[in-house]
Structures are given as C-alpha cells and as structure tokens.
Write a protein that binds this ligand. Sequence first.
Ligand SMILES: *Cc1c(COP(=O)(O)O)cnc(C)c1O
Length: 331
Amino acid sequence: MAYIKLDKSALFHNLDLITQRAGGKEKVVAVLKDNAYGHGLELMAKMLQEYGITKAVVRTRAEAERIAGFLSDIIILADTPQADGFSYAINDIEQLRNTPQGAKIELKVDSGMHRNGIRVEELEEAFGLIQDRRAELVGVFTHFRSADELSGELFWQVENWKEIKEKVRKLCEEYGIPQPRLHSANSATLFRYGVMDDFARVGIAMYGYLEIDAIFDQPPLRPVLSLWARRIASRRLAEGERVGYGGIFAANEPMEISTYDVGYADGIFRALRSCAGGEILGRVSMDSLSLAGRADEVCIIEDAKEMAHQLGTISYEVLVKLSPQIPRVVT
Ligand SMILES: *Cc1c(COP(=O)(O)O)cnc(C)c1O
C-alpha cells in the first residue's frame, strides 16, 4: 500500500525556526487539528513531546484523548465543554450558558474575522456567566483573518485585539479572576509580526509551509510529509493506445507504463495532471494512477504546495485530504 513518510529532522528544523521566532518552546502551541493536518495525530504528538513542546490545539475531544499521553496542555476548538481537564474554546455566548461547573474554558473573542467568538460588547456578560457557571477561565484568544496578505488589515485587527486584552485585564480585576493566558498569532502572524502574547498557535509552518504573499520573507521551512506509492502492475503500450477512464491519454510512441497504488480514495484528486513522480497518464482512479516507467516505488507528494497550486488551492487542503488509512512511518 501507499505510505506516508514523516521526516523528523525536517520537523525539528521547522520547530527550531518557529521557537526561535517565538522566543522559546513554551511560546508555541502546536496545532494538531484534523489528524495533524493529515500527517498523523499520534506520531506528530510523540515527536513534539520529544522536541519539548507541551501544548497543543485540536478540533475535538476525541482528538484530545488520543494525544493526552504525549502533551499535557490541550485546547479543543469545537466541542461541547466538559469538566475533564481539557480547555474548551467558547465560540459564542450561547455556549457559555451551557458550560458545566469546573470546565476549563478558552474564551474566543471576535476581533474582526466574524466567524467564531463572542463580540467585544458581550465581554461583560461573558464574565458574569463564567462566574455563575463556576467555569475556570484559562485563556482568552482571537484569530486574524488576513495575516497572510499584504494589507493594513492585520494591523487594524491587532489594534482591536489590544483593546480586547485591556478590557479582559480590567474585568478580571473587577471579578477577582486570575488573569488568563492570551493568544492570537497563527503561523503567518508569527513570521510577519511576532507572538505579541503568551504564545502562538502554530500549524502550517510546523509542517513546512507558509502561505503568505510572496513579498514577505519566506523562512526556509522544509516539508515534513512525503507520500509514496508502490507499483501494482506494468505493461507496454503500442503507439496510439489509450490509458484509463475516458482514455484521455494516448501514447505517441510505444512505451512502458505502471500503475501505482494511490488514488482519489486516498486524497489524490482526480483533477491532478502531474505529481512528484511525473506526468499522470490518464485519469486518477479511485485506488490507482498510472505513470511512465516501472520503478518499484515513486514519490507522489514531495511539496504539497505544488500540488495545491495545480488544483487552485492551498497546501492545507491538499494535506488534510490525505486519508487517515494510509500507513505513516517516521524516518
Ligand atoms: C488552524 C488554526 C490555527 C493554525 O493556523 P496556521 O495558519 O496553520 O498556523 C491557529 N488558530 C486557530 C484558531 C486555528 O483554527
């Protein structure tokens, strides 16, 4: 079967760049949501533990449970808060009304993205609810919508965030609540601007990519993941013979081709015309694709950004689509 290699030295190299920029290992939270951006949740958590990272962000409680043995401080982005030791993001005021006693919460405040988080005007009400519900306010955070683009937008949102932090500080004093930890930066913000708060939530840069406008300095990150496929079968095509569904590829001359055991069921999109191993001959099938030659093993993804570019999307999307069923090995 096709398999994924995770390059530990590339990961540690990226983490060196990230922790240097952030000012220490304790200033970095590893974002491991969605099977660690398709890399494999447990394997990534284990390597992060070895490196000395202790904090992580995941999407669900189920993901948090899978890595609790490796990382001690876990924030869950979108699940129902419970008093179980994990810290739950609160994404709107309604959620706070149902928070059970003793739950740890990470209050998200909307600083301009208008996606998740309570509105600034709801802060006071939120503090009242936190007190009533006897929840534990562990952190307050926000997310920026344009950290990756060259515009004044990030600065406008950072200004909003500064006001939010000031309001939070005062409300904590008023309510006699310990000051929570504060965080806002993702990968793009970290490399463009710095951490600004207690830590940065770093996803894509850790995996070796940064989707920021070309005008910004690109740190020398290295892709951690590569996808490899094994040969299923080989055959010789005569001139004019066509390959695969719809026969969209025709051989101009006699040639040898092979099928490899990776397809769109694994996350290799049907629209793809080439991969790291060369031109894809004909359409990608559910469980296989065809390439010229007869190498026993070929690299399908070396740089997810290249594949993303072909598909008109970003590295994140290509990576998270890789099936969790593909075996992963650390090299
Ligand atoms: C996914 C996510 C991140 C990480 O963003 P990157 O661009 O991958 O660094 C940070 N914070 C939140 C809230 C997220 O959902």
